[in-house]
Write a protein that binds this ligand. Structure first.
Ligand code: GRF
Length: 190
């Protein structure tokens, strides 16, 4: 199973996937790692792991449609079986979803459909939920919408800050993402 991973930031979830692949625990080939901006730790991690990387810099395109088209072209060139959005902070266009039907997987640090969007951890904490968690789902062109593949709960502690809670969620998120990718590779996700 060939995947292209899309990242915007630190790429700690990506690193967990890289480690699982390199240790032989995850029978997946990371064809490339793509980003919407240059100079991120996620890209550095990928290069350090010897992976191919590409950047489709949002700021380099005059229109959103131009960027959408460039992202699709760049990803499709690797002919991935699945595209994984791992901390990729852009919503892709409907045309991207059409090009990879049921093959675009996203991770989100909350129990969807609660708390979608860029601040899922902060929003859950502000609401006062006692349990939050993470979701891996097939993404559509909405904001963190699409069929859920798997979820894991994480308890909110009384003294949690957004950072401490997010760090615990990411531990669960990494394990969940690797588990889901393993199942996709084995063909055991409907
Ligand atoms: C993850 O929690 C992801 O779900 C969210 O941002 C975090 C990415 O962290 N959108 P990293 O880049 O993998 O360290």
């Amino acid at each position: 199973m060939r995947i292209v991973v899309l990242v915007s930031g630190a790429g700690s979830n990506l690193q967990a996937v890289i480690d699982a692949v390199q240790s032989g625990d995850l029978p997946v080939e990371i064809a490339a790692v793509g980003a919407d901006r240059p100079g991120t730790l996620g890209l550095e991690r990928s290069a350090a792991a010897g992976l191919e990387t590409f950047v489709v810099n949002f700021r380099d395109y005059a229109t959103r449609a131009d960027w959408d088209a460039a992202l699709l072209t760049a990803v499709a060139a690797y002919e991935p079986d699945y595209v994984v959005s791992s901390g990729f902070m852009r919503i892709v266009a409907p045309g991207f979803i059409d090009a990879f039907p049921g093959r675009y997987v996203n991770t989100h640090p909350a129990l969807l459909p609660s708390f979608p969007g860029a601040h899922g951890v902060r929003d859950a904490l502000a609401y006062g939920v006692k349990v939050t968690g993470c979701t891996v789902h097939f993404a559509d062109a909405g904001v963190d919408t699409g069929p859920i593949i798997a979820q894991a709960p994480v308890a909110v502690l009384d003294d949690d800050t957004e950072d401490t809670l997010h760090e615990r969620i990411k531990v669960a998120e990494r394990a969940l993402l690797i588990e889901v990718l393993g199942k996709l590779a084995a063909g055991s996700v409907l």
